[in-house]
Design a protein around this ligand. Structure first.
Ligand code: ASP
Length: 330
């Protein structure tokens, strides 16, 4: 990074540490979180930006809860208020796509760069990827095109938009993909390039408090029983997301339970379990397909994955946005 021009105010970047493998190191019993935000800041030498570490969590991302997501969104809002140029969020890979999309739902675009990064190999392994990913994320956070792209995930020198990114491999260094559109940019020789910026709007609103509405997620498979679906409806969730077959379809056996959920006022969103492509609206006329489901009061998710549709429904309910107005997403 080049030295700053004299008299030019240094850009402030907040490095927000959430834990994850990027912060893990070996012990005799296996890897555990060890590094905090200031340890991670020491990896990057940037004389044209000032990096301010903030610790929100130091855990594996499998343990993140609503309160962590809400605290993180609040920390990003603080950074906007304080005039920071960007936030660099270090996180576990397992739930990275959910956190990135939660920020897209709750933080309006255009104010600052929101860049998330992580590691697949912890710091006690040969060739840990955390330092290189953090360096690429730093090159991205200072790029002027990034605020308008919304939150992005930088892994293995690829830049992915929050809306589409997903962890698609359990162990590979290049573990992330954006099935619908591919990465939106790349980092080469410490320079980020954004090829195209998403045109859709993800932002729904900024929820208050420390918890989100309880939305349950159920995946459809051959042989799923109405009992399992009924057991979830019996818990009276605030909302339901069903990852249906293909274009968003349920087995006919489950339709009575769906009717009950809708009659009880539980907003029920149907996503596709395919991992790519949108739900349908008006093609198939058989019971359990989209025409029937919509007539019964279900809401189609569009091209959002089930886990992201779940967050969108939670934020819609938490901000008094009618669920039907928040979906489908294109
Ligand atoms: N279980 C870890 C986590 O998500 C995996 C990782 O960071 O790669 O925190």
């Amino acid at each position: 990074m080049g030295a700053m021009d004299s008299g030019v105010r240094q850009q402030v970047i907040r490095l927000i540490a959430m834990g994850g493998t990027i912060a893990f190191d070996s012990t005799a019993n296996g890897a555990v979180p060890r590094l905090d935000g200031s340890d991670l800041s020491a990896w990057v030498d940037a004389d044209d930006v000032s990096i301010e570490p903030v610790d929100v969590a130091q855990i594996s991302s499998i343990g993140l809860r609503d309160e962590h997501l809400l605290r993180l969104a609040g920390t990003v809002t603080d950074a906007i208020r304080d005039g920071c140029a960007g936030v660099l969020i270090t996180h576990g890979t397992d739930t990275l796509e959910e956190t990135a999309y939660f920020l897209a739902l709750t933080c309006p675009r255009g104010y600052l760069s929101i860049v998330l990064t992580a590691a697949m190999r912890h710091n006690g392994m040969p060739g840990p990827d955390g330092p290189a990913n953090l360096r690429a994320a730093l090159a991205t956070v200072t790029d002027r095109a990034v605020p308008d792209a919304g939150p992005v995930v930088v892994m293995a020198d690829e830049i992915h938009a929050a809306r589409f990114v997903t962890k698609s491999h359990g162990t590979r260094l290049a573990a992330f993909a954006s099935p619908l559109c591919g990465p939106i940019g790349q980092v080469v020789e410490d320079r980020a390039t954004i090829w195209f910026a998403p045109r859709y709007t993800d932002y729904v609103g900024h929820p208050e408090g420390t918890t989100l509405p309880r939305i349950e997620l159920l995946k459809m498979v051959i042989g799923i029983t109405p009992q399992s679906f009924r057991a979830i409806v019996d818990t009276a969730p605030d909302g339901l997301v069903i990852e249906g077959f293909g274009g968003g379809h349920l087995p006919p056996d489950l339709l009575d339970v769906l009717d009950r959920a809708v009659a009880e006022g539980i907003p029920t969103v149907i996503a596709s379990r395919c991992g790519d492509g949108p739900t349908l609206g008006s093609t198939y006329a058989v019971p359990g397909a989209e025409i029937d489901l919509r007539a019964r009061g279900a809401i189609m998710a569009g091209s959002l994955s089930g886990v992201k549709a779940r967050l969108r429904l939670a934020v819609a309910l938490a901000t008094d946005t009618p669920p039907a107005a928040a979906f489908p997403t294109s």
